[in-house]
Design a protein around this ligand. Structure first.
Ligand code: AVJ
Length: 323
């Protein structure tokens, strides 16, 4: 099994501290205060996200799974992929639906997950090697925002970017992302993209503000990350978890709202933040999509949408696009 699993760590040794510092200085030091969502996902944050995917209010994971369950055989037949590349693979639970269909189709030789978390890749990779005899797992620890190096994977390659993680990017970041991706793929490769769709605002807000408060814990987890990694002194209880629908940009935003005027110190950055009562830190954007505009932005980014599938309730879309 060992020999079928490789892990290539492409992150520079100081990646976590260096980029976290840059993000905090660039995002938190001045208003409007923002933090990129990637810092939620330490061990505890990843566990909380797993819990979120099982919440009754958080429909995206289940909706995407419904589509994948139904369409995986078609995706395997259409792509005949030799390599499945997955960006931001995390626990790889939904991936198994694709792996099952692609191994049944007899084309798949390699699974290449890419994630910033080495531990998530190790855990998922080892389980997959165990459960799929004959499959090679070539995992890469990398931040796909820094570009992709997909060079030596056998084709045709199916590149999966699931879970509507694309929604964490604003329109400008998505444009750069599509173009970078289009340049790394060849004409027999395909992109499989999961995207959450615009729907009733109440349904959207509840998905990000659940009754049991798991999402609030997840949101506040980023404060624990900053306390631990940068010696900050955030008090989680001094902030309120807020989910907001941004009508102009058609996105849900998660904010942490300062309950009172307070000063927070970030020791390792020599930074002192004066927060007003009611002032928000924006910790995540989760863009919601429409078929026409998503198809158009992909086109502009170098991709033609070939298939568009939704769950029966049209909450979520899975699409196949070619460069
Ligand atoms: C993993 C980024 C797709 O935006 O829905 C879940 C993360 N945040 N609940 C999303 C998340 C709050 C999730 N993504």
């Amino acid at each position: 099994n060992e020999s079928r699993f490789t892990l290539d760590d492409r992150l520079p040794a100081d990646y976590f501290t260096a980029s976290l510092r840059a993000d905090v200085l660039g995002g938190l030091a001045t208003a409007p205060r923002t933090l990129p969502p990637k810092w939620f996902y330490d061990k505890r944050g990843s566990d909380l996200f797993e819990q979120i995917t099982r919440l009754p209010e958080y429909y995206p994971t289940r909706a995407e799974q419904e589509i994948l369950t139904r369409r995986a055989p078609e995706i395997a037949a259409l792509t005949r992929a030799a390599t499945l590349i997955e960006l931001g693979s995390g626990s790889s639970r939904k991936t198994r639906l694709l792996l099952d269909a692609l191994t049944a189709g007899g084309t798949l030789a390699r699974y290449a997950p890419l994630d910033v978390s080495a531990s998530a890749l190790e855990e998922a990779g080892e389980a997959i090697v165990r459960d799929y005899p004959g499959l090679r797992v070539a995992a890469t620890v990398a931040d796909f925002e820094q570009g992709l190096a997909l060079s030596d994977e056998p084709g045709p390659r199916l590149l999966a970017f699931l879970g509507s993680t694309i929604g964490n990017f604003d329109a400008e970041q998505r444009k750069v992302f599509y173009r970078t991706l289009a340049l790394s793929l060849t004409s027999d490769d395909v992109l499989l993209l999961g995207a959450d769709l615009v729907k009733d605002t109440g349904v959207l807000i509840r998905a990000y503000d659940d009754a049991t408060g798991v999402t609030a814990e997840f949101n506040k987890n980023v404060l624990h990350v900053l306390n631990r990694e940068l010696g900050a002194d955030f008090e989680a209880d001094a902030f309120e978890h807020v989910a907001v629908w941004n009508t102009e940009h058609e996105r849900v935003e998660m904010h942490l709202r300062s309950r009172a005027a307070q000063t927070v110190k970030v020791r390792d950055l020599d930074l002192s933040l004066d927060l007003a009562a009611g002032e928000d830190l924006r910790t995540e954007i989760s863009c919601k999509f429409r078929r026409e505009s998503l198809t158009a932005e992909l086109k502009e980014g170098g991709f033609t949408v070939r298939h568009w599938w939704t769950d029966p309730q049209s909450r979520f879309a899975l699409l196949l696009a070619v460069p």
